[in-house]
Write a protein that binds this ligand. Structure first.
Ligand SMILES: Cc1cc2nc3c(=O)[nH]c(=O)nc-3n(C[C@H](O)[C@H](O)[C@H](O)COP(=O)(O)OP(=O)(O)OC[C@H]3O[C@@H](n4cnc5c(N)ncnc54)[C@H](O)[C@@H]3O)c2cc1C
Length: 294
């Protein structure tokens, strides 16, 4: 089940995935594959397609809950050096496997503006693009001009993607290998102030010292998921070693040794109580990966 072209350095069997996620929960990947090049990545996709193998993709794991029973088949992780970074004026092209922080750093170095809303969001640029990550101050769709996609059939640039709230329509099975951003000239002092204000807000309102995966549920239209959960009295509620944060009710934290079952139990309880008490359905923002006990 492992493509022949992969070197031992590119594959780990039975690799625990919890350390590769921000919430530190879940089982092992049957095979964790980190292709050394975009060419190797494409060969993995071709192989999995031909053999009908399960293929999953993990970015920085900052929005992912891995199941306790692990992930069958191949779990892919991208490197951040498949291609040289390109800076052409206001247009910046980066590897999808690079940290989100990279575009913020380059924006500051190049004295540009536009990506402030990404400051403080963990994960990779591929994950941010796939999730249309952002805040009330902006989303990836405002700065992503094009993505390079790898599929079993080839590799090529795509523009005109459809973005929605925390979702981007990507062709099934496609892997984003590079992202081209369009930033702009602007007021640098205002840009720095926005990021400072955002980071201060995060420190005050988010449980950043405990393992978590950010917002658990998307905000239903016209509501804040956190307020809805808080109203049900679930702040601080625990199942096993997972807890609905005492600081922000739309965040679940791992108190140490939490299982995916603990986390999904809390999510189900929040959904059940919010629906019963307010009639609003909460939709998970977090992506489930692999096999779960429930
Ligand atoms: C402390 C904290 C704060 C956060 N704050 C925010 C916030 O303010 N706003 C926000 O939007 N999110 C926030 N998040 C969630 C998370 O940081 C974002 O969703 C981020 O974009 C996830 O990136 P990732 O690489 O970790 O994705 P993962 O969790 O690894 O993957 C998420 C999804 O993207 C897919 N994906 C990953 N890489 C690729 C690729 N190369 N090609 C195609 N698909 C891919 C995965 O298959 C999966 O479906 C926060 C999380 C934490 C822990």
């Amino acid at each position: 089940m492992i493509p022949d072209h992969l070197t031992p350095a590119e594959v780990k069997r039975d690799a625990p995935l919890a350390p590769w996620t921000s919430v530190r929960v879940g089982g092992a990947a049957e095979a964790l594959v980190k292709p050394a090049s975009a060419d190797s990545l494409q060969k993995v996709l071709q192989f999995a397609h031909k053999e009908g193998l399960a293929l999953s993709l993990l970015g920085g794991g900052a929005n992912t809950l891995v199941g306790d029973l692990g992930v069958p088949g191949i779990t892919l992780k991208l490197a951040n050096d498949y291609f040289p970074e390109q800076i052409e004026g206001e247009r910046i092209t980066l590897n999808a496997g690079s940290a989100i922080a990279r575009i913020v750093t380059i924006m500051k170095q190049q004295q540009l503006v536009g990506a402030e809303f990404l400051a403080g969001i963990p994960g990779t640029l591929g994950g941010a693009t796939a999730m249309n990550a952002g805040t009330k101050n902006g989303e990836c769709m405002t700065i992503v001009e094009a993505v390079e996609l790898v599929t079993p059939d080839g590799i090529g640039w795509v523009t005109g993607l459809t973005f929605r709230y925390r979702h981007t329509d990507l062709p099934a099975g496609a892997v984003v290998s590079r992202v081209r951003f369009q930033l702009r000239q602007g007021d640098l002092a205002e840009s720095a102030a926005k990021m400072e204000a955002d980071l201060g807000y995060r420190k005050r309102t988010q449980p950043l010292s405990q393992p978590n995966f950010g917002s658990v549920f998307t905000n239903p239209s016209g509501y804040f998921a956190g307020s809805l959960i808080e109203k049900t009295g679930l702040k601080g509620h625990r199942i096993g070693n997972a807890q609905i944060s005492t600081l922000h009710a739309n965040w679940i934290v791992n108190l140490g040794g939490a299982t995916a079952a603990d986390v999904t139990g809390l999510m189900a309880e929040a959904q059940r109580r919010v629906l019963a008490e307010t009639g609003v359905t909460l939709t998970p923002e977090v992506k489930r990966l692999g096999r779960f006990t429930s």
